[in-house]
Design a protein around this ligand. Structure first.
Ligand SMILES: Cc1cc2nc3c(=O)[nH]c(=O)nc-3n(C[C@H](O)[C@H](O)[C@H](O)COP(=O)(O)OP(=O)(O)OC[C@H]3O[C@@H](n4cnc5c(N)ncnc54)[C@H](O)[C@@H]3O)c2cc1C
Length: 258
């Protein structure tokens, strides 16, 4: 059977190093090399999302916000590959973590949620995309919805792990408290927004101008770099709100999960 690919194979024969807008460089050789990853742990986050911890002994390291390409190969040779954001902060553990939403009838997410067991091997290559990376060097205003919070959580974890002083704020939208991924990990940096049901005393509704106003009325020195991640609909909505609130367009980075 044919390989399911989101990019033509030729797109990956990059020169050894190439510049990426936003000043972050991606190592083309590393990004193009498949490595074996071994699943070591599965943690339930919500009824629809789980975190998968993978041992990748030769992982070259990543920056918060980057993603990888993952490949599954069936016994008959059929292959499926998908992009997944890195949920874990960069560290020296030789492990990385991904958090996958279970998409109805999803080929790859379905396998992870119903078949995958610790000890299973898959292939990964990356890290990819310097554009959505946040090296921790500038104030970051993070807006995510659903599993779009995954790359943003890598940024939050990095900020904490390194004790960074640079301002970082996260606005995370979920349908309900039960569907809020990483619910137990958020601190004062995070404002949750619930679109269908909320805890008593918390309003229900979409991300709105009032959520952004406190941050954009008084931006930190140097201004915010905004990172938006989620579905196409959320990305459009959040970007429009940011622009309306005065955030410069060229300082909004968007990652769409499709
Ligand atoms: C840069 C990037 C990073 C990503 N990071 C993550 C991540 O961290 N976590 C994560 O869970 N996903 C992430 N995704 C989405 C992921 O790549 C897959 O698209 C997703 O897991 C569905 O793949 P699948 O094989 O399970 O479903 P498929 O077999 O491809 O699709 C099955 C059906 O579901 C529909 N569908 C596909 N994707 C979605 C979706 N997201 N929501 C609703 N319906 C859908 C399809 O149209 C199809 O009808 C990312 C995507 C990109 C581009």
């Amino acid at each position: 059977m044919t390989e399911t690919a989101t990019h033509p194979a030729g797109a990956f024969t990059a020169p050894t190093r190439f510049a990426v807008p936003g000043r972050i460089e991606v190592n083309g050789r590393v990004a193009g090399t498949w490595q074996t990853a071994t699943l070591t742990e599965i943690r339930r986050e919500t009824p629809r999302a789980s975190t998968f911890r993978l041992a990748v002994p030769d992982w070259a390291g990543h920056l918060p916000g980057q993603h990888l390409m993952l490949r599954l190969t069936a016994e008959d040779g059929y292959r499926a590959q998908r992009h997944y954001s890195l949920a874990s902060a960069p560290d020296e553990s030789g492990h990385i973590e991904l958090t996958l939403d279970r998409v109805p009838d999803g080929e790859v997410s379905g396998w992870f949620h119903t078949v995958a067991r610790p000890g299973d091997e898959i292939e990964v290559r990356g890290p990819l995309s310097g554009f959505f990376a946040w090296p921790g060097d500038r104030p970051a205003l993070l807006l995510g919805a659903g599993s779009g919070v995954v790359p943003l959580m890598s940024m939050v974890r990095h900020h904490r792990a390194r004790g960074l002083g640079v301002p970082l704020r996260l606005l995370v939208s979920a349908r309900s408290p039960e569907e809020l991924i990483y619910a137990g990990e958020y601190g004062a940096e995070t404002t949750p927004v619930f679109t269908r049901t909320a805890p008593p005393g918390t309003p229900v509704g979409r991300l709105a101008p009032a959520h952004l106003a406190p941050f954009l009325a008084e931006p930190p020195d140097g201004g915010w770099e905004a990172y938006v991640c989620g579905s196409n609909a959320f990305a459009e909505h959040a970007s429009r709100l940011l622009v309306a609130a005065g955030q410069p367009v060229d300082r909004i980075r968007v990652e769409r999960f499709g």
